[in-house]
Design a binder for this molecule. Structure first.
Ligand code: PLP
Length: 459
């Protein structure tokens, strides 16, 4: 265990190379949080002694700096070990134990509902946000001519889902464009102006996967409800990233990936369905009529492993041990740390708002004159930093004018890693970067350059 004196000897920063074998247990995280309970989240955000405890709770490859947590996050050791334990258990006699674990998932439903602020009868576990959102998108009745209002910056798979319904059911899909960053009022007015008598659904992100643009969910949900319109909110990047309660947002459907900011094992998602909509939403796989009102109808997908799902319990405990406010404040602190070092350079463009309450651990930046794909490859080749290049595409993909690096640190990210990223950006600004070579060296992620916007893969 490190003590404060060891830490101060290092001048208050912790080199990534100094990471030893100490394994933080959940109790250590709880104890560390108890020790700072009298201080504000913003103060704790800058306390490296506290975050050292969190950093040690993960088993990572520290030879790479992961600034693409927006794709999928590693789970802390306690979560990963729980997952393996449940797997071992299920394998002893699957019919007994896998199904047994499955029955106990109801405990997690209650705990998740308590933490994220809704009735447990409104929460279904899924495999990811894609599944959650498609249950809503494909599960509601629509007739030819009905209109969906969404945006050009919604997630590609969700846009594809609407496009497929358009072909299948002859509905109309209208995509709104908006500049980034923009205000809550601007987004509200763009939707308000676009609503027609045919509009049946508003579909938008809580924060986008591109620049982290925040949407006025509650105001849009109220506007929609006043006109008999449903709201489907893509919360893939929002839940467990910054604090809010689902019931306060007032939307009809909300889809989440739990393998993003909750740090649950890969293959976990959550679907919130407002109670009054459960009966009128068709599940992905058929259920008997008597289950029409039961939220678990959305979980009927045939045989699957409950071990992955059961480990959500530890992920939630880890989230609670840090505390939602402390986590959000730290993510914001890390973002501001790199952004403040480079943002005044006239060639640097911040595509995310840095105002309080707008941006936490997901922000986008570009450098005038350097293509994002070349910059991301430079980050990998010279600095071993994994960071995603985002480029706007052509229909039917997302269509937007900007491009940049989407930078997503996490609670385990060290200040040294953040500072190295800022230094790498300064290097690129001063010396330029080589032309990209078509995706080589990006650690197995999608090709660096995707001129058409397709093939960018998930970001
Ligand atoms: C905004 C948004 N929606 C939906 C998804 C789909 O998430 P998943 O791949 O976990 O299903 C993502 C994934 O990155 C996303 O960023």
């Amino acid at each position: 265990m490190w003590n404060r004196r060891d830490f101060l000897r290092l001048g208050g920063t912790i080199p990534a190379a100094a990471f030893a074998v100490k394994a933080s247990r959940l109790e250590d995280v709880v104890a560390a949080s108890a020790a700072v309970a009298d201080r504000s989240p913003e103060e704790v955000a800058a306390d490296e002694f506290y975050w050292r405890e969190i950093q040690e709770a993960f088993t990572l490859d520290r030879t790479l700096t992961n600034l693409n947590n927006g794709n999928t996050c590693p789970s802390p050791r306690v979560v990963h070990e729980a997952c393996k334990r449940y797997m071992d258990m299920a394998n002893m006699l699957p019919v007994q134990y896998n199904n047994g674990i499955g029955r106990n998932i109801t405990t997690l439903r209650r705990r998740m509902a308590n933490e994220f602020g809704c009735d447990q009868a409104e929460l279904a576990f899924t495999r990811n946000a894609s599944e959650s959102l498609q249950i809503a998108q494909n599960g509601i009745d629509l007739k030819p001519g009905d209109e969906i209002l969404t945006t050009e910056q919604d997630y590609p798979r969700m846009l594809t889902t609407w496009d497929q319904r358009m072909r299948r059911d002859k509905i109309k899909v209208t995509r709104i464009q908006f500049p980034v960053p923009t205000t809550q009022d601007d987004l509200y007015q763009r939707f308000e102006r676009a609503i027609t008598p045919q509009t049946k659904v508003l579909h938008f992100c809580h924060i986008t996967n591109l620049t982290g643009q925040l949407f006025p969910v509650q105001r849009l949900a109220r506007l929609a409800r006043s006109k008999g319109i449903l709201t489907i909110v893509d919360g893939a990047h929002a839940l467990a990233h910054f604090p809010f309660k689902l019931r306060d947002l007032e939307m009809d459907y909300y889809g989440v990936s739990l393998h993003k900011w909750l740090l649950a094992p890969i293959g976990n998602g959550l679907l919130y369905v407002r109670k009054e909509n459960i009966a009128k939403t068709w599940p992905l796989q058929a259920v008997p009529d008597r289950q029409a009102n039961d939220i678990t109808k959305f979980e009927q997908i045939g045989t699957h492993s409950f071990a992955l799902r059961a480990a959500i319990g530890e992920a939630l405990a880890f989230h609670q041990a840090i505390g939602a406010e402390r986590k959000a404040a730290r993510l914001r602190y890390l973002t501001l740390r790199w952004a403040n070092k480079i943002k005044d350079n006239p060639r640097v463009k911040m595509l995310s708002s840095l105002e309080p309450g707008q941006t936490w651990g997901l922000a986008m930046v570009s450098i005038d004159g350097i293509p994002a794909s070349a910059l991301s490859q430079f980050m990998m080749d010279k600095y071993r930093i994994v960071v995603n290049a985002v480029n706007g595409g052509q229909p039917p993909a997302q269509v937007f004018e900007y491009s940049g690096l989407r930078v997503t640190p996490n609670v385990y990210t060290t200040l040294e890693e953040i500072d190295t990223f800022a230094e790498a950006m300064q290097d690129a600004l001063a010396n330029g970067v080589p032309a990209p070579t078509g995706g080589r060296g990006r650690g197995g992620t999608a090709p660096a350059v995707a001129p058409s916007g397709r093939g960018r893969g998930a970001v």
